[in-house]
Design a binder for this molecule. Structure first.
Ligand SMILES: Cc1cc2nc3c(=O)[nH]c(=O)nc-3n(C[C@H](O)[C@H](O)[C@H](O)COP(=O)(O)OP(=O)(O)OC[C@H]3O[C@@H](n4cnc5c(N)ncnc54)[C@H](O)[C@@H]3O)c2cc1C
Ligand code: FES
Length: 266
């Protein structure tokens, strides 16, 4: 390990990771491949807090880990250009470096599932990427994986082929330009299989629907977003309230970003 590239601040890990590749996989959506020692400790559902390589941007930007290759020490991130930070990330190319804090957050609980188990993955838009590593790891264990994806339109569809390697995939689009017209509920309401676990990530409306539909499910998980500042549990910029409590809150960066359904107010 190169000591100049990496240091630990308490439990916080910082590393200068190498950009291995970057490609635009859909309009304004990029796949970035990073390499570094940090990959060894990454888990599905965690995120990286990336420093924008531009002195005008003080706050890091959180991006989920989409897939992990511990042998090559590489991870893939998939992000959409929203503002200037992500626009600057999109200019990075092979050989560049990125200052990375992470891996942050708790990640998805993939324990106690085997070839007798069946899971449901639900992803929406730019929330789909973290589900790819979940599908890969569970399918390697023989778990049956059913995936339902929702997008605004055909141009926004990502990762359908990649997820189809691991099980059946249903795609919905709001405008019906690809797959089934409507949102993911059109498919999910018709699925009658009992799922041992449900993993989801998507826009707030989708997360509310999953939270309500699987409220009492013992293993249904939501990966949530919030505006972040420190990304390491110190500033409380990212808190969510807890049901039936005026005082208790949960930090998306440190206590999440993955929460069980019914445990936070959406
Ligand atoms: C835990 C976590 C994981 C994430 N994973 C991904 C991912 O895998 N891929 C991806 O494309 N994006 C992801 N995001 C969102 C991403 O962090 C923001 O899009 C990014 O920080 C925007 O930075 P910017 O400088 O380009 O835009 P800014 O100039 O900061 O903002 C541009 C617009 O985006 C909105 N925005 C900024 N941050 C967020 C946010 N956190 N949630 C909702 N809206 C926001 C702003 O309100 C504004 O309208 C994640 C966010 C969190 C909290
Ligand atoms: S962003 Fe600072 S506590 Fe979560």
């Amino acid at each position: 390990m190169n000591p100049t590239c990496k240091k630990r601040l308490g439990a916080i890990r910082l590393e200068t990771m190498k950009v291995v590749a970057q490609e635009e996989i859909a309009p304004a959506i990029f796949e970035l491949v990073l390499e570094g020692e940090m990959v060894e400790v990454m888990r599905a559902g965690q995120f990286l807090h990336l420093r924008v390589p531009d002195d005008a941007h003080l706050l890091r930007r959180p991006i989920s880990i989409s897939s992990i290759d511990k042998v090559k020490k590489q991870c893939h991130l998939i992000y959409r250009i929203e503002g200037t930070g992500t626009a600057i990330f999109s200019t990075l190319s092979q050989g560049d470096t990125l200052d990375v804090m992470g891996p942050q957050g708790n990640g998805f609980d993939l324990s106690d599932l085997d070839k007798q188990s069946q899971v449901l993955l639900v992803g929406g838009g730019i929330g789909v990427p973290p589900l790819l590593e979940v599908a890969k790891e569970l399918s390697d264990r023989g778990v049956k994986v059913v995936t339902v994806l929702g997008f605004a339109n055909k141009d926004a569809v990502i990762l359908e082929t990649e997820l189809a390697q691991y099980g059946q995939v249903f795609v919905t689009t709001d405008d019906g330009s690809y797959g089934i017209k409507g949102n993911v509920s059109v498919v999910i309401n018709d699925l009658d299989s009992p799922f041992d676990a449900v993993y989801s990530c998507g826009a707030p409306g989708m997360m509310k629907y999953i939270n309500q539909t699987f409220y009492d499910h013992p293993r249904a998980y939501l990966s949530l977003e919030s505006r972040m500042a420190c990304g390491m549990g110190a500033c409380y910029a990212c808190v969510l309230k807890v049901p039936e409590s005026e005082t208790v809150s949960q930090r998306v960066c440190e206590d999440g970003p993955v929460f069980r359904t019914g445990t936070v107010l959406l």
